[in-house]
Design a protein around this ligand. Structure first.
Ligand SMILES: [Zn+2]
Length: 366
């Protein structure tokens, strides 16, 4: 099994095109054609994590946070980023990061928190728009099934919990082959043809545009396919920031905070004033999530659990919601489990280890 096989699988869960513009997710160090000897899953990749990979016979680190964000102009070992890269390259260790692209998908970082808290009816808190396209294609009635199969296989027609979603109407298509044509129906240089055709419509994520068009051409019987593509304004409910869900039973605020502390293995929670009403609806965002407070309030959440809150930002709760900051590392450390479980479900021919190197740079004195 090569590194590229594993990263292709990870990108089915968290496509690289869903990362934020400032991010640097993907294969950061290493050759995608190398055979995998073992995988070490970690939240961060540091020199100590590279050392752990060496000790455990893993030549691939799958991390949440990219070790390199901005470009490196010199690699001399003057800081931990450069030293980590040098150590990884010297020891043939590849480093792959799945970062904001994993934050931005259903079953990603925030969904893992929701799962740990036992939330139900979990949805993306702030879905992104402009990520969907629609394909309209005209196909002879009898060849419609074959075309749709090809489009579905390439990833078209997935809406929420439904696959193979399409719409069609029947009508008449016309065409007149010229002397260069090699028509499936009719003759080269022949008369105008009238064919019973379906107008078939499917939607798909915009990043799949090229594979979808390739599948359409392969699955279609015509030499020249008549189609059009439209970029959609719709929100993609499967892609966006944070998650929101409801507890099976409402809880008293202090009981919920104790529950949160225990489930997320947190030593301390920084939070705004309690509001003396029960907690039922819970919004979460792994890592720095203060930008989602408005979405959490609009969604009617009783509490917003995230990290990296600044002093002045806590005032924005305005006694309308409880903000609970559980720490960046603590909010994301179960991401390791998420990645390990996802990899192990598909691959059994190499070992996948959870890193045991403590990488949280924040310590608590209490
Ligand atoms: Zn993070």
């Amino acid at each position: 099994m090569r590194i590229r096989d594993l990263t292709a699988h990870l990108e089915k869960l968290a496509p690289l095109s869903y990362q934020e513009s400032y991010d640097n997710a993907g294969l950061i160090v290493g050759n995608p054609n190398e055979i995998i000897t073992g995988v070490l899953v970690s939240l961060d990749s540091t020199e100590d994590v590279v050392e752990e990979a060496i000790q455990r016979g893993c030549n691939l680190i799958v991390a949440h946070h990219p070790i390199v964000f901005k470009g490196l102009k010199k690699i001399t070992g003057k800081n931990y980023v450069e030293r980590t890269i040098i150590k990884a390259i010297k020891n043939d260790i590849a480093i792959y990061a799945t970062h904001t692209n994993l934050d931005n998908v259903v079953n990603g970082v925030s969904f893992k928190i929701a799962q740990l808290l036992g939330l139900q009816q979990v949805k993306i808190l702030a879905p992104k728009s402009d990520l969907l396209m629609k394909l309209v294609v005209f196909v002879p009635v009898e060849s419609t099934g074959q075309l749709l199969d090809a489009l579905y296989a390439a990833g078209a027609g997935e809406i929420g919990n439904y696959s193979q979603c399409s719409f069609r109407v029947e009508g008449k298509g016309t065409f007149k082959p010229n002397s260069q044509a090699n028509p499936t129906i009719g003759q080269t240089g022949g008369p105008m043809e009238e064919v019973e055709e379906n107008r078939v419509e499917v939607i798909f994520p915009a990043y799949l545009k090229n594979p979808i068009l390739a599948a359409m051409r392969k699955g279609h019987v015509y030499e020249e396919v008549a189609y059009y593509l439209t970029a959609l304004d719709n929100e993609n409910q499967e892609v966006g920031s944070g998650a929101i869900g409801v507890l099976p039973q409402e809880m008293v605020e202090t009981d919920f905070l104790a529950y949160l502390k225990q489930k997320m293995q947190v030593s301390v929670i920084r939070h705004t004033s309690l509001l003396e009403k029960p907690i039922k609806k819970v919004a979460v965002c792994g890592g720095a999530g203060s930008f989602l407070l408005g979405d959490a309030m609009r969604s009617g959440a009783d509490i917003f659990i995230t990290a990296d809150y600044k002093y002045h930002e806590f005032f924005d709760a305005e006694n309308r919601i409880i903000i609970a900051d559980i720490g960046h590392y603590e909010s994301e450390h179960f991401t390791k489990e998420l990645l390990k479980d996802y990899i192990c479900k598909k691959f059994t021919n190499f070992a996948v280890h959870l890193s045991e190197t403590p990488t949280n740079p924040v310590k608590y004195y209490y």
